[in-house]
Design a protein around this ligand. Sequence first.
Ligand SMILES: NC(=O)c1ccc[n+]([C@@H]2O[C@H](COP(=O)([O-])OP(=O)(O)OC[C@H]3O[C@@H](n4cnc5c(N)ncnc54)[C@H](OP(=O)(O)O)[C@@H]3O)[C@@H](O)[C@H]2O)c1
Length: 249
Amino acid sequence: MILLLGGTAEARSLAERLEAAGANFTSSLAGRVAQPRLPVGETRIGGFGGVEGLRAHIRENKVTAVIDATHPFAEGMSANALAACRADGVPLLRLERPGWGDAPDAAGWHWVDDHAGAAATVARLGQRPFLTVGRQPIGEFTGPLADRACLVRVVDPPDQQFPEAWSLLLSRGPYALDSELALMREHGADVLVTKDSGGTWTWPKMAAAAELGVSVVVVRRPRAPRHLEITGDVDAAADWAVRGWAAGR
Ligand SMILES: NC(=O)c1ccc[n+]([C@@H]2O[C@H](COP(=O)([O-])OP(=O)(O)OC[C@H]3O[C@@H](n4cnc5c(N)ncnc54)[C@H](OP(=O)(O)O)[C@@H]3O)[C@@H](O)[C@H]2O)c1
């Protein structure tokens, strides 16, 4: 049984490949989003209960290999997967989409190490920020940007109250360039804030910012744990899993 840690478009693509190959696998989602896009095949939802919970899950479900295809910013899950797999000698592959650092415009963006750094940078740069960092880190921005007309785009309603000057947009990607241009124009956005999520699903906001001359603040990815086998390619991950699974790992 292959355990596929997901919550990303790549994980859903990989699930399709594994299903097509007839592999025995289960996708796992954290359960953060109210109505998640479910991958094909068997799915479980909810945390495992830390490293020990994950080790127990691996044992009880006779998991022979783990693919960590979680989001580049899902640090906790990736660290737990590494620790659990190391402890029990279970093969682990990290599937991680490449970041945007090599994009032609990347040198002109404001790169910061974390969301607090992003908030401080945005406070210097703009009056009408467009925040696209997801729901979890929003609390880092509410204080420093309380007096700015922030447009916040998230999938599910946030738990906390927003400053009065802020507006909320509930929506889920992928997005198209035309609609991103229209949204940023309508808001009069002067600075875009994003994680270095990478991939194509949310790239159009970056293209729109470039076209409109909007400043871009990018939160760097957390440092990946070491000694990981990593690929950015869904087909390579499918090969790894199917070969390992067929060999009875
Ligand atoms: N962070 C982002 O920007 C982002 C963006 C898009 C999608 N996602 C997806 O959303 C999920 C949660 O992200 P996060 O940043 O909150 O993760 P995180 O901080 O790394 O994880 C916190 C805890 O959530 C549980 N968890 C996370 N991913 C899980 C999974 N795939 N299956 C089962 N449990 C999981 C684990 O709980 P236990 O310790 O109890 O096992 C983990 O320790 C991930 O699956 C990720 O791929 C995250």
